[in-house]
Design a binder for this molecule. Structure first.
Ligand code: C2G
Length: 131
């Protein structure tokens, strides 16, 4: 069984996220999503998500491509995560290209997938403000 992992905040889940999750799942048989906690978002990513961790987790668990959702508490857990969850392939959108190549040292394939253009959680928030 080929195990894939990806990371993110996934706030205001949209078709760009779904496209990423779909393609990530197509790279294996089991997809782990490491979901940024509210504290990690606030303290490290300078993001305040609209939905809480529990709400974002519930949304992700309802997506057919997602098999397991676990917390992302810090930037540095990826090396241990790939061992803990026995990951074969690490996947991120290509806005992160090159940033996680070090995971190849852990025997993990690293794949960056093209982002879906024109959609982002921040775009949705600003569009809604304009209405
Ligand atoms: N994404 C995408 N297309 C979009 C928007 C997002 O493919 N239009 C992808 C991103 O490239 C990322 C995933 O969806 O791979 C989740 O996006 P975010 O929630 O914005 O994740 P981010 O804040 O980049 O957090 O440790 C890594 C971080 O947790 C990544």
């Amino acid at each position: 069984m080929k195990r894939v992992i990806t990371y993110g905040t996934f706030d205001l889940i949209h078709y760009g996220h779904i496209n990423l999750l779909k393609r990530a799942k197509e790279l294996g048989d089991y997809l782990v999503v490491c979901l940024s906690t509210d504290e990690f978002n606030l303290n490290e990513k300078n993001k305040k998500s609209y939905f809480s961790y529990e709400e974002r987790k519930q949304l992700l668990e309802a997506i057919r491509y997602v098999d397991l959702v676990v917390p992302e508490n810090n930037w540095d857990q990826k090396r241990s995560d790939v061992h803990e969850y026995r990951i074969d392939t690490f996947v991120m959108g290509d806005d992160w290209v090159g940033k996680f190549d070090f995971l190849k040292e852990e025997g993990c394939e690293v794949v960056y997938l093209p982002r879906t253009p024109e959609i982002s959680s921040s775009q949705i928030k600003s569009d809604l403000k304009m209405k």
